[in-house]
Design a protein around this ligand. Structure first.
Ligand code: ATP
Length: 301
């Protein structure tokens, strides 16, 4: 079920570095856009240091009708985590390298068009995850992609080009680990190239890792790409871009409500959660909080 309340007091959480995008005129554009429509825009600038703590404090002091994340997936996750379990909806102005959740919600990638959410929207409640105790609104993974995200974050170039360059460099020498994955329905044991814990469907790169799955169905998927010969790589890539994940013999999905992901013989594992690389103790517990986050979506989405 969805509704369209009028939102007057709006907070925009701006990440100055996301996506290598110049945001010098953004604040003035947002202020002007909101003022023209009788809305009030306030701003919170991230610093990269204790942002979630500071944001929670700020929104605890002031009543907002919606809080917009103006940044990439990391900024969206930060704001979503602060808003989850409250009744304040999350809006997104996609200003990162990938912008995964905004794409899954059908939010326009153009700045001006995304701003229309301020006055034309529907509110939808979506599920969220906890991955090893860390909030996750979109996708988390272990294995190859987590390694690429970690390298990407260490580098000083952002944007999709840097991501592809790192992936090509790391692919040849990559050794898949062995995982034991136990869900409320089944157990899988084996070597896996990449384990994606998916509440949503699509990576910011537009690769569809988890087709035909809803953000509010009370379930999530563990999407596995098992080790594959080099000759199969282009085929798997093609399936990821054509929403045909299940077509390969090297892919499978485990649908569940809770799961434990263990890297056999390791006590710690690299996990990327909503685009941020983390070292977490293994096994990693994954739980779901059904319909715990209210989000703004375009009316036609
Ligand atoms: N003022 C700042 N200076 C430096 N780093 C910052 C600042 N504000 C936030 N950050 C860092 O930015 C990162 C989040 O960036 P975000 O994910 O929003 O953009 P992105 O990585 O460019 O895009 P995407 O995740 O869509 O690929 C976090 O690691 C956060 O600590």
């Amino acid at each position: 079920m969805s509704s369209s309340p009028v939102l007057y007091q709006l907070l925009f959480v701006l990440n100055p570095i996301s996506g290598d995008i110049d945001k010098s005129s953004l604040e003035a554009t947002i202020k002007h856009y909101c003022a023209e429509r009788g809305r009030t825009a306030s701003f919170f600038h991230t610093t990269g240091e204790h942002d979630e703590e500071k944001l929670r404090y700020h929104i605890g002091q002031q009543r907002y009708d919606a809080v917009f994340a103006a940044g990439g997936d990391g900024t969206v996750s930060l704001v979503a985590s602060a808003l989850a379990t409250t009744d304040v909806p999350l809006g997104i102005l996609p200003l990162g390298s990938g912008n995964g959740l905004s794409k899954d919600l059908g939010i326009p990638q153009d700045q001006e068009e995304a701003l229309r959410l301020v006055w034309e929207h529907q509110v939808r409640a979506i599920d969220t995850l906890q991955v090893g105790g860390t909030f996750c609104a979109h996708l988390a993974d272990l294995g190859f992609n987590a390694l690429i995200v970690e390298q990407f974050c260490k580098g000083n170039t952002r944007g999709p080009g840097a991501y592809v360059r790192i992936a090509m460099q790391e692919y040849l020498g990559y050794e898949p680990a062995v995982y034991r994955i136990t869900t409320d329905r089944e157990t899988f044991v084996g070597a896996v190239f990449m384990v994606t814990i998916a509440n949503a469907n699509t990576f910011g790169s537009n690769m569809v890792i988890n087709p035909d799955s809803r953000l509010d169905d009370g379930e999530f998927e563990i999407c596995l790409i098992e080790p594959f010969p080099g000759t199969a790589s282009l085929g798997i890539l093609y399936q990821l871009y054509t929403e045909d994940f299940d077509a390969s013999v090297y892919t499978r999905r485990l649908r569940c409500r809770r799961a434990t992901v263990e890297v056999v013989d390791q006590t710690q594992v690299l996990v990327q959660v909503d685009g941020e690389p983390l070292q977490l103790p293994s096994p990693v517990q994954v739980t779901m909080q059904p319909r715990s986050l209210r989000v703004l979506q375009p009316l036609q989405a």
